[in-house]
Design a protein around this ligand. Structure first.
Ligand code: FES
Ligand code: FES
Length: 164
């Protein structure tokens, strides 16, 4: 199959490459761009380990062809921290509240939570559970993940208030 030229913005940088149009976005990110944060847990859109942020929405990168992401603005877990390496409030909160064990689900979980807190900056516990219901974790029982997202929401709200 002939390759197509694809261009997109990933973590704030313009990138381009040649790819078979049917190549999955998650394979392009991992294999062509060496962004191995988005994990492949199922390859069938069930687990959410491959979640990325695409044009302001959470997307499972294994459900999309790279050709469909042509021109998109994408953020992966590698782009969540500040450029100087300062961790995002969600990353700090996952560490602080033990929101991970093996860490396999964590990049997708944090990337999903990143969008969730923009959709709903002050979510209830139920709203957090619903918001991350497309992301599976085999280890934690979710309790500390929910705590971490709630703590990050409080932290971000405090930072917004301080900036006003
Ligand atoms: S690898 Fe994409 S949802 Fe599981
Ligand atoms: S921490 Fe192991 S799958 Fe979530």
């Amino acid at each position: 199959m002939s390759k197509m030229h694809v261009k997109m913005t990933v973590n704030g940088k313009a990138v381009e490459g040649l790819a078979e149009p049917r190549m999955l976005l998650v394979h392009f990110l991992r294999e062509e761009l060496n962004l191995t944060g988005p994990h492949i847990g199922c390859d069938t859109s069930h687990c959410g380990a491959c979640t990325v942020d695409l044009d302001g929405q959470s997307v499972k990168a294994c459900t999309m062809f790279v050709s469909q992401a042509n021109g998109a603005d994408i953020t992966t877990i590698e782009g969540i921290a500040a450029p100087d390496g300062t961790l995002h409030a969600l990353q700090e909160a996952f560490r602080e509240h033990h929101g991970l064990q093996c860490g396999f689900c964590t990049p997708g979980m944090i990337t999903r939570a990143y969008r969730l807190l923009q959709e709903n900056p002050n979510p209830t516990e139920d709203e957090i559970r619903m918001g991350i219901s497309g992301n599976l974790c085999r280890c934690t029982g979710y309790q500390n993940i929910v705590k971490a997202i709630s703590a990050a929401a409080d932290e971000l709200a405090g930072a917004r208030e301080a900036a006003e």
